[in-house]
Design a protein around this ligand. Structure first.
Ligand code: NI
Length: 254
């Protein structure tokens, strides 16, 4: 099975002990042919770019996550614009709205930073990687207003929301959650949607699939996600992974 992980955070501290071994040998040996490494702050966006410079199957996204939108330097948008000019940066991400953690950053500030990044993505003609947690209505409203190309990562909405996102031309990303017994929404959406808009992802180090739930996630475990989606759709998991990889290359122009 050939795996393209459209959403990972290998710059995370949990990969300090074995990051080089994983990215240098273990993942390629397990069939991982691509990784889109995501930034969440200016600093982690720089770390993502450093990984993409080092490994030729790794590309980077740069952006400000809603939880990290509160205390930005005044010139954050100019700094981000500079990072986006790097040739290994293929998307603006991850950006979005997170109403679960409002202590981390109030709603109005999240919306301001999200909107500024959507406008920048349109200006630079870059796809976006969207984080939406408990903010489905507002996220969709912004996407309808700005109409970027992109993916709703770790999609958790209903089939009705999925249809609206697909109508906007967006892709939907799925990872370990699909394998959780209580993920009825995600399982319904992956069963009903057209395969040509589906991306596979880890959100590593988070969201490891069953039977590794709760452990550190990495891109090799995407095979369990492809197997679950294959089971739900009655299709070959290797075919699911191959189409998802092709979709990822198309969306991010790789
Ligand atoms: Ni993420």
């Amino acid at each position: 099975m050939e795996i393209f992980d459209s959403h990972a955070h290998y710059h995370d501290g949990r990969f300090v002990p074995d990051r080089d071994a994983l990215l240098g040998e273990v993942l390629p040996a397990a069939g991982v042919i691509g990784v889109l490494e995501q930034g969440t702050t200016l600093e982690s966006s720089r770390a993502s770019i450093a990984l993409a410079e080092r490994y030729d199957y790794v590309w980077a996204a740069a952006g400000i996550h809603p939880e990290d939108a509160k205390d930005l330097p005044e010139d954050w948008l100019a700094q981000l614009r500079q990072l986006l000019a790097h040739p290994r940066v293929k998307a603006l991400g991850e950006i979005g709205l997170d109403y679960h953690w409002l202590d981390a950053c109030p709603k109005d500030r999240q919306q301001e930073v999200f909107a500024a990044q959507l406008a920048l993505a349109k200006e630079l003609d870059l796809p976006v990687v969207i984080h939406d947690r408990e903010a489905h209505g507002d996220t969709l409203a912004y996407l309808q207003q700005y109409r970027p190309a992109g993916v709703l990562h770790c999609f958790s909405g209903s089939w009705e929301m999925a249809r609206q996102a697909l109508d906007l031309g967006l892709y939907l990303g799925f990872g370990g959650v699909v394998t959780f017994p209580n993920s009825k929404h995600a399982q319904e959406v992956v069963t009903k949607m057209s395969l040509d808009r589906l991306l596979l992802e880890t959100d590593a180090p988070y969201m490891a699939p069953v039977p590794y739930r709760g452990r550190r996630n990495d891109s090799s475990l995407i095979r369990f996600v492809a197997e679950k989606i294959g089971e739900l759709r009655g299709e070959d998991p290797a075919h699911i992974a191959a189409v998802a990889a092709e979709n990822t290359r198309r969306l991010f122009r790789l």
